[in-house]
Design a binder for this molecule. Structure first.
Ligand SMILES: *Cc1c(COP(=O)(O)O)cnc(C)c1O
Length: 644
């Protein structure tokens, strides 16, 4: 902050919120706060969120001689709300030092209220009067942005952003779809229902749309279709979505990205439903922002120059194939790791260009490994020989990148110490380039494993040093998995390999608190029945009701990856934030839940896991680990990707 302060010392400092984004670099929040407010060293005025005690005390202590303006919901603040904000029948009564004024506002969650107070403070500082401030705030619209991407029929990718439609959200959506490299794109756009001058508004829409490279544009609504000829693409027009659906134009779209942008009243969700792959009430929802956040939490433990390989093996731990890899590639992941060549080929076919390491290069797959520019893990002389023979057979001239696996204690795959001299000799003469040397830790997740882990690292260091001194160049070295990153970051070498940490799982309580759950497995209640005391539920009559109760049936079963052993009150699911036991045997496609006298309705959401129960809790019901739970969820469960 001192460096920043030197570059641009602000005259007015505004401190809105201290978040957890950088907290891992500080011993505690106090140290973080002290660092942040160094930016205000030469400020005349400081406007700050006085609801945070630490901020309130620190600023008052360190900067008591400056012009201090605190805002917040606590009444000690200079700017606050004096009536009950939850009573929406009354306008907000705002106190600004000794003055009061009224602010009519509908959205009254705490964050919005604090933001509004902060805006009042800043505008007052710039000399606006209360009436001007109220008028301005009243013209603000709440921004709701939630883009969902789902797989469509005919290999289309549907980006649905129909939560609001105005010029700004359209610009954001155009930014967003740049992240996907589908070669062809179709836009489906409705009238923008806004009070503005239509000529001007649609002129602007045409301008920003023509800067994109849509191959088809489908316009819906009686306003926007007047501008059909201004769009530079193959354009179709419809008065409403039903006409579009009946037209069969949608059925001709194949292997494209389809962006849906519609004002609410057009019900563009109908188009989405029509285009979607399968309709299922049961979904595995993957939050890509959470994955990125979790990666960044781990990156914060590493040196900035340390590279990161993301392990996307086994269908990205069950979360999906290229969707995850594509997102990671967009965010500049250095390497991707897959288990089998097929998985790598799938990524390449979907436009992934990042380097990909294949950990189990089966001998029949060397051909496609080379064809698709994948990089094999070489763990034995047999594999080295067969692979280099294949290189020669295909007439590959340039040195091919490979990854040398060293055995250091896992006793799974890898070269052992006594093989290294011969290996070095062979590598010098073969047509390969060692892109990396690596090993894998077997017990980095528990404190009892410390001695063994340090021993593994020691062996790795020694043996890789040896190999490198014979090679006369510097391959990348890596040994840490997620738990390794968390507990042994001193041994990060040149790269680390993150896996389960991306999902939000950690073997460290401290890190776990900073991570976000990236996966939700959910479904809905199919039916609720009232059942008398003593009745049996499901196959084999293994469970009997103790009292008269309500039984909810939900459409997931062992064919979806729910282990049968969690029936009969071993496992629980979440409904309206409460947990209820699974009763009776789990069926192939269904299971029954005892919901007692809960006020749930048919069609209500049921959480198999996300936060309550969490993935770890669910794994405990199943007597296994999150890795197995995730990779067991069957392919018929639809994966949905969310970006906020
Ligand atoms: C799966 C895997 C990882 C990632 O492990 P996590 O515990 O999920 O971080 C790292 N390295 C190798 C070789 C792996 O197979």
């Amino acid at each position: 902050m001192e460096i920043l302060e030197d570059i641009f010392p602000p005259q007015i400092g505004v401190l809105t919120h201290i978040g957890s984004a950088h907290s891992s670099n500080f011993v505690d929040e106090e140290e973080l706060t002290e660092e942040k407010i160094k930016l205000f060293k030469h400020s005349e005025t400081i406007i700050f969120n006085g609801d945070n005690d630490l901020v309130y005390n620190k600023i008052n202590e360190i900067y008591s001689c400056k012009n201090l303006i605190s805002y917040g919901l606590k009444h000690r603040n200079d700017i606050t709300i004096t009536n009950d904000p939850n009573d929406k029948s009354e306008p907000l009564q705002i106190r600004y030092f000794n003055d009061e004024f009224q602010l009519p506002a509908q959205q009254r969650d705490e964050a919005t209220l604090r933001n509004a107070l902060c805006v009042v403070a800043v505008l007052k500082e710039f000399g606006f009067n209360f009436k001007q401030i109220v008028d301005k705030i009243n013209t603000l619209k709440s921004v709701e942005m939630r883009l969902e991407s789902v797989n469509g029929l005919r290999n289309n990718l549907i980006i649905n952003d129909s939560f609001n439609l105005d010029l700004d959200s359209l610009k954001i959506a155009y930014q967003f779809i740049k992240e996907y490299n589908k070669p062809k794109k179709t836009l489906i756009l409705t009238d923008i229902v806004e009070g503005k001058n239509a000529e001007q508004l649609y002129g602007e829409v045409v301008k920003i749309t023509n800067q994109q490279d849509f191959s088809k544009i489908i316009l819906i609504g009686d306003e926007i279709i007047n501008y059909q000829n201004d769009f530079k693409a193959e354009t179709y027009t419809f008065n409403n979505v039903n006409e579009l659906i009946d037209s069969h134009i949608l059925n001709q779209i194949e292997s494209e990205l389809i962006l849906l942008k519609g004002a609410r009243k057009f019900e563009i969700e109908k188009v989405k439903n029509h285009l979607e792959l399968q309709k299922h009430d049961t979904v595995l929802e993957v939050n890509l922002n959470a994955i990125l956040h979790n990666i960044n939490v781990h990156k914060a433990l590493l040196k900035p120059e340390t590279k990161m390989m993301a392990m996307v093996k086994a269908y990205s731990y069950g979360l999906g194939g290229y969707e995850i890899a594509e997102f990671l590639q967009h965010h500049h992941i250095d390497y991707l790791g897959v288990a089998y060549a097929d998985e790598g080929v799938d990524l390449r076919k979907n436009g992934i260009t990042a380097p990909i390491m294949v950990m189990n290069p089966e001998q029949h797959s060397y051909n496609i490994i080379i064809d698709y520019n994948l990089e094999p893990e070489i763990y034995s002389f047999r594999v080295l020989e067969l692979f280099t023979q294949q290189l020669a057979q295909k007439g590959i001239q340039e040195k091919y990148p490979i990854h040398i696996k060293l055995e250091t204690g896992m006793h799974r795959l890898g070269f052992k110490e006594d093989e290294l001299n011969i290996l070095t000799e062979k590598l010098k003469h073969l047509n390969v380039k060692v892109a990396s040397i690596f090993s894998h830790l077997s017990i980095a997740d528990v404190p009892e494993g410390k001695d063994y882990t340090l021993e593994q690292i020691e062996i790795f260091k020694k043996n890789s040093d040896n190999l490198i001194s014979g090679l006369h160049y510097q391959p990348i070295r890596h040994i840490l998995n997620t738990s390794g990153i968390v507990h042994y970051s001193d041994y990060q070498f040149d790269m680390v390999r993150i896996g389960i940490g991306m999902v939000g799982i950690s073997s460290s309580e401290k890190i776990k608190k900073q991570l976000q759950g990236a996966v939700s497995f959910k479904t809905v209640i199919s039916q609720i029945s009232t059942v008398n005391a003593g009745e049996s539920i499901g196959y084999n009559r293994n469970y009997r009701t103790k009292n008269s109760t309500q039984i909810a049936t939900i459409p997931v079963g062992y064919a979806d990856g729910i282990p049968r052993l969690i029936g009969n009150e071993v496992g629980k699911v979440g409904i309206a934030k409460k947990l209820f036991p699974i009763v009776g045997n789990v069926c192939m496609d269904m299971m029954m839940i005892n919901i007692g006298d809960a006020a749930a309705k048919e069609g209500d959401e049921v959480i198999i896991f996300n936060s309550n129960p969490s993935l770890e809790e669910f794994s405990n019901y199943c007597k296994t680990i999150p890795y197995e739970v995730l990779t067991s969820i069957s392919r018929r469960v639809k994966r949905i990707y969310i970006k906020n």
